[in-house]
Design a protein around this ligand. Sequence first.
Ligand code: ZN
Length: 313
Amino acid sequence: MTTAAPIPFTVIGGFLGAGKTTLLNRLLSGSTERCAVLVNDFGEINVDAALIRSHDGTTMSLTNGCVCCSIGAGFLDTLARLLDDVGRFDRVVIEASGVGDPWRIAEIALVEPSLRLDGVVVLADAARIATQCDDRRVGETVRNQFAKCDVVLLSKCDLVIETQRNAACAVIRAIRPDVSIEPLSAVTPANQAVFGRGQAARFRSDPVEETVDHESDFRRWTYRRDGRFDRARLALAVSALPQQLLRLKGTCMIDGDAGAQVFQLVSRNWSLTPAEQDTTAAAETIALAGVGTADLPSDRELDAILDRALTAA
Ligand SMILES: [Zn+2]
C-alpha cells in the first residue's frame, strides 16, 4: 500500500467584499492544478460558489453558517469526502466566509495527515481596511483575520490614491509588522504569492480553544422574489438600506434586460454587472444574500425596502 503525499491546503480569507472570489477566479483560470474549492458563504444562498468560473476540478459550497466557528458537521463531512478520493485533486482551496477567521480553518490542515497547509492568504480592501479595522462593530473580526496569515493581498489599489494605499498598509503593519503585503493585481497563478507558498510551519495550532461565535456577532438576510427590479427604483431602495447591512450580493433581473445581473453591495457602494454565465443560485429571478451586524433591522423591514424597487406584476 502506498501512502499518498499530503495535499496542499490553501485558505483564502478577508472581510465581506474584500475580493476573495475575484482572487479565486484569477487563480483558477490560469492554474493547471486540479483544485477542490470549498466556498463558505455566511449567507443562505451560495452566491460565491455560483460566481466561481468553471475550472479543472470541483467547487463545493458550504452555506448558511460560518465554518470557522462551527467546524464539524457539514464541513468535515465535505472535506472527508474530498479526501477519500485523494488522487483526484492537486490542491484544496477554502474560501472562508467574510466574517470568518481563516486561521481557524487552516488549523485543520495541521491535524489532518492527508493535508499540508500551504498558505493562509487574506485580502484587504485598500479603500476600506483602515475604517473597517477601527469600526466598533466589525473591527475585532477584521483585525483577527490578519493575526496568523502568510500574506496580505491589497485589493482595489487602482481605486485609491497613494496616501490611502499607504494608510492601508500601515493599518495592517500595526497588526502584523512582519507580514508580506502585495497588490492583488500582481497575483497570477504562476507567481506563487498564493499557491505554492509552503509556509505551513510558521504558526502552531492553538491549544487554547477560545470561543468565537460569528453567528451571534453577525446576522444574515436573504431576499428572494419572483419578479424584476426597476433600475431607477432600485437605486432609491438601495440608498434606503440601513448602514448595518455590510454586504448584499446575488443575482437579479432588471426590467428591460434580457439576462440576469449580478448585484453587489459593499458598505454603501453597489453595482450591477451582467452575469457571465447562468449564475442564478435559486429558482427565483431575484436571489440576494445579505450579511449585517447583529443589530440589523428585521427581515420584514429590509424586505419592504427592496420590495419598493419591484416592477408592478
Ligand atoms: Zn466563524
